[in-house]
Design a protein around this ligand. Structure first.
Ligand code: LMR
Length: 398
């Protein structure tokens, strides 16, 4: 039966973790997966999560979650994106559904797009999170890319981005990262978002935001939602995937939310029922434990403010890692310009290291990152930053 099945290619991000785990060297560093780590390089259980665990202990439903809890999670998630007083919520003109983290939310939307716009395609930024390509490919939606990153400035190629937005056929679907772009760490400014939003209006494009790192760009949820708020003010209908994998440290629990803004409540009811039907056929219903944790954190004001403080601390640790890495490289006398390490934002630094340099780092120094030179800044610690800078200096200094 299965002779014709060849091994699938390794996932470029999961493969890095596997290579790291297989390396017994005590100096090994994992700068691959974009999940938060503490200054020891360990995954973190936030205190807000521990508090939520204590609060829900004994009250868990093992069969299925009540509709009220699920709606609460969706409503509180939406407040983070659209603003706590947004009329999107008071007018009920959203279709929102809990999703299996950001990946699951994107996948649900891709299926929905295919079902209701079967001839459409999706424009993805170049580059983007590698799994976006897999997700829309598996939903049989053709993929196009729009220019985003400029390797020579290690910043945004705004003019090219705007040209590609203008030149795409009217009413195209575009995927945008509203903050902390993965993998580049390069975000448009507020002014640039305004121009992008304006051009989307002119072209009647549909913006689908993948919000996997809310909080990590600035440490503040409202500031990180600014792009979406601009689109909202401009009257766009919007799709949004949210993930709590990174900003609550719940990667293993797969908790996220998909929302689709509609013109009115009646439309929203129809869209939600279709999303529910798609989810039902794909995985039935989501696991309940993570959902209870997130809805408890979001709806208990004390636990929520603790979370906001912990989020700020995580964002600040990453910012100081950026400065420490840049300073160390400069102090070593590296002839290269490393300003982009501190100019870029969020979880990632798009270092500019070539695949050959990335391979040398793994082979000679036991330092692991994706082939495109993306460094997950959460993997940098006060204990490994000098070793890392020294290794980068050696592989780039020839
Ligand atoms: C990443 O880009 O490393 C994260 O989004 C984690 C993942 O699932 O790929």
């Amino acid at each position: 039966w299965w002779d014709h099945v060849r091994p699938a290619s390794k996932d470029p991000i999961v493969g890095v973790t596997e290579a790291f785990l297989a390396d017994p060297n005590p100096k090994r560093i994992n700068l691959g997966v974009g999940a938060y780590r503490d200054d020891e390089g360990k995954p973190v259980v936030l205190q807000c999560v521990r508090d939520a665990e204590a609060k829900i202990a004994g009250s868990e439903f093992l069969e299925s979650i009540s509709a009220a809890i699920s709606s609460k999670l969706v409503e509180e998630s939406l407040k983070l994106v659209y603003g706590k007083d947004s009329n999107v919520i008071t007018d009920g003109r959203f279709a929102g559904i809990q999703a299996l983290s950001g990946t699951g939310a994107c996948r649900l939307f891709a299926e929905f797009q295919k079902r209701f716009y079967p001839e459409s395609q999706i424009y993805l930024p170049d580059p983007t999170w590698s799994n976006h390509h897999n997700i829309w490919r598996d939903a049989h939606v053709p993929r196009r890319t729009f220019r985003y990153y400029n390797p020579s400035t290690k910043g945004l190629n705004f003019a090219a981005l705007m040209d590609d937005v203008k030149n795409a056929p009217d009413s195209s679907f575009f995927l945008l990262h509203p903050c902390a772009h993965n993998p580049t760490g390069v975000d448009p400014t507020k002014e640039q978002w305004r121009e992008i939003s304006h051009q989307f209006k002119v072209k009647n494009h549909f913006p689908f935001f993948d919000m996997a790192y809310q909080g990590f760009a600035s440490g503040d949820f409202d500031i990180d939602a600014k792009a979406i708020r601009i689109f909202l003010e401009d009257g766009h209908l919007i799709g949004c995937a949210q993930s709590f994998a990174k900003n609550m440290g719940l990667y293993g629990h797969r908790v996220g939310c998909l929302s689709v803004l509609c013109s009115d409540h009646k439309q929203a009811v129809g869209v939600k029922s279709q999303l529910q039907q798609i989810a039902r056929a794909m995985y039935g219903s989501p696991p309940v434990h993570g959902l209870l944790l997130v809805s408890t954190i979001l709806s208990d004001s004390d636990i929520k403010s603790l979370w906001l403080r912990e989020m700020k601390a995580m964002a600040n640790r990453i910012k100081s890692n950026r400065s420490a890495l840049r300073d160390s490289l400069e102090n070593l006398g590296s002839p290269l310009n490393w300003e982009h390490i501190t100019n870029q934002v969020g979880m990632f630094c798009f270092s500019g290291l070539t695949p050959d340099q990335v391979n040398q780092l793994a082979r000679k120094f036991h330092i692991y990152m994706t082939q495109d030179g993306r460094i997950s800044m959460a993997g940098v610690t006060s204990g490994n930053v000098s070793y890392l800078a020294n290794a980068i200096n050696q592989v780039t200094n020839y």
